[in-house]
Design a protein around this ligand. Structure first.
Ligand code: PA5
Length: 429
């Protein structure tokens, strides 16, 4: 079960203020539940958990098993909500330095020419035994027309068709909307295997559809447990949303009081991308109409040696959300040494996670003392079930919180502005 601890924020508002915000959060939750809020045609991220599609989960698992069996490299080609969720789960659950299954490479998430050139160069390098690498490509785009993704897709699929001939067709999997969009035209022409993003699920809410599930399963992660973890959280929060409402009320109050930045941080590098997914989910949803907390990310203790100073003593407009994992991820202890020349003898034999925990507790205390309200979000352990719970929790949290601001959580009209300016410069008709 996800634990939310708002103790570190309480001194920054009164109990009466919090009660008022809590009432507002209850109203916003009813808007989500009863489906009468702004953008209510985009509530499919709840619907898919109300009636899970087991047949589709199994189809995803079968395709992923085939890819895992045959691929040396699996390329995930997408941007924003079309890749961040998968990357978050894959990074959280893959052991660093241990290779199992195909190498996972991301593409289509920026417009770097050098990256694409180097990627094709890398794909072209034969394996140690001289054989050509076995590459599979999953292009993911709900609209089917996002420029970053479309450009990378064109470059990579051209390479694949030239290398594998007719066999390229079964190596390319497209995940897109049911109908419409350029990608659907390409699928029809080429006969690529297709997975569908339901119409009522927006990009950043789509990790529990084939958008996230296929890449996650290719990485060898148990998607049934992930998915049903989310279902369990859905069911629990329908019955008792109080912890979520308390958290939403706290963040709302702090926003109302003029705080401008929410630093989403963690003390485990495996969670960096999960903070990134949360950043995108919140940022694209709440940053509208001159409102919203800027969701920044920090990876501690690394960033205590960079932006830690600013968080501690810079402009007092920062709150912090610290993501923790209760169950130690490693029991490694600090090795003993005969000599104490490095002056670490006082820590000898101590589990390193305890040292990390002291850094965590010390940092939270120092930041609160320095005027930074701290909210803590704790996963019991880092596994599929807990991550499923985390994903749904934050999807619902985002819906509720953004309704509290009086905004539509499910659109992103501002993103179109850069596209318009870019297309005008590129001369697109
Ligand atoms: O949340 C969103 O809707 C966006 O972040 C999209 O996922 C992102 O822009 C990619 O869009 P598409 O899947 O249409 O290529």
């Amino acid at each position: 079960m996800l634990q939310i601890n708002i103790e570190g924020a309480k001194e920054f508002y009164t109990a009466e203020e919090h009660q008022g915000a809590n009432d507002r959060a209850s109203g916003a939750f009813r808007q989500v539940q009863d489906g009468y809020g702004k953008g209510n045609e985009w509530l499919g991220w709840r619907r898919i958990l109300q009636s899970p599609n087991d047949a589709e989960l199994e189809r995803v698992e079968r395709r992923a098993a085939q890819i895992r069996n045959d691929a040396d490299i699996f390329i995930i080609c997408g941007i924003g909500g079309s890749y961040q969720g998968a990357r978050a789960v894959i990074d959280a659950l893959s052991k660093p330095f241990r290779k199992s299954g195909p190498e996972i490479i991301y593409a289509g998430h920026h417009l770097s020419a050098q990256y694409l050139e180097e990627l094709i160069h890398y794909l072209n390098q034969p394996k140690a035994d001289g054989e050509i690498k076995s590459v599979y490509l999953n292009v993911i785009s709900k609209s089917g027309s996002t420029l970053e993704t479309a450009i990378a897709f064109r470059q990579i699929r051209k390479w694949m068709h030239s290398k594998y001939g007719d066999d390229a067709t079964q190596r390319i999997i497209a995940t897109t909307g049911e109908t419409g969009g350029v990608l659907n035209k390409i699928i029809d022409e080429e006969g690529y295997d297709k997975f569908v993003i339901p119409e009522d699920v927006g990009g950043r809410f789509s990790v529990l559809t084939p958008v996230g599930l296929l890449p996650i399963a290719v990485a060898g992660i148990d998607i049934q447990t992930l998915y049903y973890g989310a279902v369990a959280e859905y069911e629990a929060l329908e019955k008792d949303p109080s912890k979520l409402l308390e958290y939403a009320a706290t963040r709302y109050l702090l926003h109302e009081k003029g705080y401008a930045i929410d630093v989403l941080s963690s003390f485990e590098p495996e969670l960096n991308q999960l903070c990134g997914w949360t950043q995108q989910l919140l940022g694209e949803s709440e940053g509208k109409g001159g409102k919203g907390l800027f969701p920044a990310n920090a990876s501690y203790t690394t960033d205590l040696h960079s932006i830690g100073q600013l968080i501690q003593q810079g402009q007092r407009n920062i709150i912090e959300t610290v993501l923790t994992v209760k169950k130690p991820m490693s029991k490694l202890t600090l090795t003993e040494m005969d000599s104490d020349v490095d002056q670490l003898g006082y820590l000898s034999d101590k589990p390193i996670y305890e040292i990390n925990n002291s850094a965590l507790e010390g940092t939270c205390q120092a930041h609160i003392d320095g005027g930074v309200p701290v909210i803590r979000v704790e996963l019991t352990s880092l596994n599929e079930q807990q991550l499923g719970r985390f994903i749904y929790f934050y999807e619902l949290f985002t819906g509720v919180y953004v309704y509290m601001l009086g905004l539509n959580p499910f659109d992103q009209p501002g993103v179109e502005n850069y596209k318009k300016a870019m297309y005008a410069l590129l001369g697109k008709q």
